[in-house]
Ligand binder design. Structure first.
Ligand code: DC
Length: 234
């Protein structure tokens, strides 16, 4: 007998990984909104724990101190793609986590295994509780956090395109010149890809999409089509 529950699409888990400036956040939010799924920005969680470390005077280069404090802050992510939120101990940190001070320290904090354990656990719980499924964006989602995701996408773009996009996002805030933005991205990539614990990496079964020559709408359309194909097969 057919029931409403059986005809509703099953929850779908989409992992979108890649370095900064590849359009991950804009793509993930739009795909989630179009498909009625939740949205989780895992970079924001690593930024939030970094913000807390800095606010509490913890030396982020001291991995033992960072590890000891990793379980202390309560990080809560709201997963509505139209209004993603992030709080630490009840304080809205969506603005402060985007400052240069946090951006320059987040790779050091996110390389500490105890930090990754705490945040990964949080991410798995949020994904498991999303009623219709979720789009989760990050660096290690397809490889480590959600290795059984229904669809894994790895976004790339040339260094020049990524720097230009990032400069556009920072315009009027803390934008430097294009060359310094490109150098900062390259440095963060090297740290994120080179760390021992769950580095930035493409999962073997991820679909790689080079966004250098694509508009945002084209990337969104591409990922929506990939999700729909998976749902049809399932
Ligand atoms: O996506 P973003 O630039 O806001 O991420 C900030 C940093 O967080 C990034 O430089 C590395 C870290 N990060 C991570 O280690 N693992 C993730 N899944 C997401 C982000």
């Amino acid at each position: 007998m057919e029931t409403a529950a059986r005809t509703a699409p099953a929850a779908v888990i989409v992992a979108i990984d890649g370095p900064a400036g590849t359009g991950k956040s804009s793509t993930s939010k739009a795909v989630a909104a179009k498909l009625g799924l939740g949205y989780l920005d895992t970079g924001a969680q690593y930024r939030a724990i970094t913000w807390w470390m800095v606010a509490n005077g913890i030396d982020v280069e001291d991995a033992v101190a960072v590890a000891d404090a990793a379980g202390k802050p309560a990080i809560v992510s709201g997963t509505d793609p139209a209004n993603p939120t992030i709080t630490v101990d009840g304080t809205d940190v969506s603005g402060p986590i985007r400052t240069q001070e946090v951006t320059s320290r987040v790779s050091a904090v996110s390389a500490v295994p105890e930090v990754r354990t705490v945040i990964t656990e949080l991410q798995r719980t949020i994904a498991a509780e999303a009623p219709r499924g979720i789009v989760v964006e990050g660096r290690d989602i397809g490889t480590t956090v959600l290795p059984d995701a229904d669809l894994k996408v790895f976004l790339t773009a040339s260094p020049e395109v990524r720097a230009a996009r990032r400069s556009g996002e920072l315009k009027g805030k803390e934008a430097g010149d294009l060359a310094s933005t490109q150098a900062a991205l390259a440095k963060r990539d090297a740290l994120d890809s080179g760390r021992k614990t769950s580095p930035l990496a493409k999962a073997d079964d991820a679909v790689e999409v080079d966004t250098s020559e694509l508009t945002l709408d084209q990337v969104i359309e591409c990922v929506v089509t990939l999700v729909e194909e998976k749902r049809t097969v399932a």
